[in-house]
Design a protein around this ligand. Structure first.
Ligand SMILES: NC(=O)C1=CN([C@@H]2O[C@H](COP(=O)(O)OP(=O)(O)OC[C@H]3O[C@@H](n4cnc5c(N)ncnc54)[C@H](OP(=O)(O)O)[C@@H]3O)[C@@H](O)[C@H]2O)C=CC1
Ligand SMILES: Nc1nc2c(c(=O)[nH]1)N=C([C@H](O)[C@@H](O)CO)CN2
Length: 237
């Protein structure tokens, strides 16, 4: 039985991945800021929740204390947690906003990968790290410049960790496109996105899960990114 750690696990893609791996018989350690009530519908002895206040150094300490009691080996770490907010209007808000984005997209993933190294490093059966980034990492949306820059930073960290921990850990990223809009997205906004997407519909979570299983199962892939974006990245200006 594999042990899989997923951050940002309480809803949407994260919760979808939790349920998929549980259904495959894996043990899932779900890191979340949210209330455990969000996981109520899932009744599995193989699901372990780690509730943290935020994705920062304190969150890492609590996460590692919990994992140390749960598992000697981690087979897959998915850094999925993310904060998707446009740049703040005022300069006064900019610093706090940027620090929050840096914490969740760069600090927490890099600290967690480093802290889990001893539980993941094995040259005959390497552990696998998958960082969820964004096609915006390569070609930013200027209204989300701070978000995009920290996703770009996570792309860079992906390649650094691939170099740092080879051959005992493989580290890759997935760059989603419009897989699932938020409720606050208007029909006009969705239409604008579809106009620059070759496959003009929401991809959903399954295509991302299929990319996750490819990266998990393919033993000769590290230091790379897989776009799951309906072709949007080659259409956007
Ligand atoms: N949806 C899409 O179309 C796209 C998604 N992506 C990326 O794919 C991944 C999954 O996407 P999606 O499911 O939509 O992600 P969400 O926007 O739902 O965020 C993922 C999780 O991160 C945690 N989170 C949310 N807000 C914050 C915050 N402000 N600070 C810290 N943690 C927060 C929550 O988990 P918890 O409360 O359990 O901690 C949340 O469920 C993300 O990394 C995202 O950037 C990239 C491009 C497009
Ligand atoms: N953490 C998140 N990141 C992103 C989301 C999201 O819902 N949560 N959504 C998008 C957009 O859908 C974009 O792909 C199209 O406008 C980008 N990142």
């Amino acid at each position: 039985m594999r042990t899989i750690v997923i951050t940002g696990s309480s809803r949407r893609l994260g919760l979808f991945l939790v349920e998929k791996f549980l259904s495959m018989g894996d043990t899932v350690i779900a890191v979340t800021r949210s209330d455990p009530q969000d996981f109520q519908p899932i009744s599995s002895e193989h699901l372990h929740l780690i509730q943290i206040d935020s994705y920062d150094q304190l969150g890492i300490t609590k996460t590692m204390q919990a994992i140390e009691a749960l598992a000697d080996r981690v087979d897959l770490l998915i850094n999925n947690a993310s904060m998707y907010d446009a740049d703040p209007e005022s300069v006064e808000e900019l610093e706090d906003h940027y620090l929050s984005l840096f914490n969740v997209h760069m600090l927490f993933p890099s600290l967690l990968i480093s802290a889990l190294k001893e539980r993941m490093y094995n040259e005959s059966t390497p552990g696998v790290v998958i960082n969820m980034t964004d096609i915006y990492a390569d070609n930013p949306n200027p209204e989300y410049s701070l978000y995009c820059s920290t996703k770009s930073g996570l792309e860079s960290l992906t390649r650094s960790f691939a170099k740092k921990f080879a051959p005992g850990i493989r580290c890759n990223s997935i760059m989603p496109g419009p897989i699932q809009f938020l409720e606050q997205h208007t029909e006009q906004q969705k239409s604008e996105v579809y106009k620059e997407t070759l496959l003009p519909f929401e991809g959903g979570y399954m295509p991302v899960f299929q990319a996750v299983t490819f990266l998990l199962d393919n033993h000769y892939v590290t230091g790379t990114s897989i776009k799951v974006d309906g072709g949007r990245s080659i259409c956007r200006g």
